[in-house]
Design a protein around this ligand. Structure first.
Ligand SMILES: Cc1cc2nc3c(=O)[nH]c(=O)nc-3n(C[C@H](O)[C@H](O)[C@H](O)COP(=O)(O)O)c2cc1C
Length: 201
């Protein structure tokens, strides 16, 4: 067995920069913040430099400093789909919230990204800490920490079973396709109470 240790390199791309005035720094390109070719070029440079993955942070609410800092960004899974088309090897990690999405939608989005990138999708699982997100979903308040994590645990169980409801070679099978519906459960409304479900890419 080899004792050689290997470092895994992940590029955290934060469009306006982590410092709120970073976009004003000489050499930055704030006019390209919504230009997909900017991110495609960054990902290609990271891939050529032997990085293992790129990563996009996200949250379903605007940051408080949006009035004076450049805080625009694309939705991460859509963003990574465009990057997948111009890269070959680098991992593509998107942040998504277990508090403000449903497992079926997210299972399908990540399954699509994974298929179209030939197995390069990764998920930064968060429960969202920004309380202002609640207002974007018509909730009276942001769920407390223990509730978010309780839902997250069930969510991970459900989404894993949705992904596993297809056999690995299901897409190349001539009918009937190899899938098994998962039983419904409803503690946190993470699947419908009356139907079985399976994730479609
Ligand atoms: C490297 C890194 C990236 C993170 N990215 C996000 C993110 O994109 N969105 C988010 O809501 N939280 C993000 N977080 C925050 C964590 O998911 C978590 O909410 C935070 O550490 C607080 O932990 P708690 O929820 O257990 O209190 C990130 C944390 C770290 C260390």
């Amino acid at each position: 067995m080899s004792n050689q240790r290997q470092l895994v390199l992940n590029l955290f791309i934060y469009p306006g920069g982590h410092h709120e005035a970073a976009w004003r720094y000489k050499g930055s390109e704030p006019d390209r913040i919504l230009d997909i070719t900017h991110y495609q070029e960054l990902a290609q440079r990271a891939e050529a430099s032997k990085f293992d993955a790129i990563f996009f942070a996200d949250g379903p609410a605007l940051a408080d400093n949006v009035r004076y800092a450049q805080r625009f960004r694309f939705e991460p899974i859509t963003w990574l789909a465009a990057i997948a088309a111009v890269t070959k090897r680098i991992g593509l990690i998107a942040t998504a919230s277990t508090t403000y999405t449903e497992p079926y939608n997210l299972a399908r989005l990540f399954a699509s990204l994974d298929h179209l990138s030939q197995g390069r999708a990764g998920w930064n699982i968060v429960t969202t800490s920004a309380p202002q997100a609640a207002q974007n979903f018509g909730l009276p308040e942001h769920p407390p920490h223990h509730e978010r994590y309780e839902r997250a645990r069930e969510y991970l169980d459900v989404i894993s079973r949705l992904w596993d409801s297809w056999e690995d070679d299901a897409s190349s099978t001539i009918p009937p396709p190899a899938f098994s519906p998962i039983p419904a459960r409803s503690t946190h409304s993470t699947t419908s109470a009356n139907t079985s479900a399976f994730a479609a890419p």
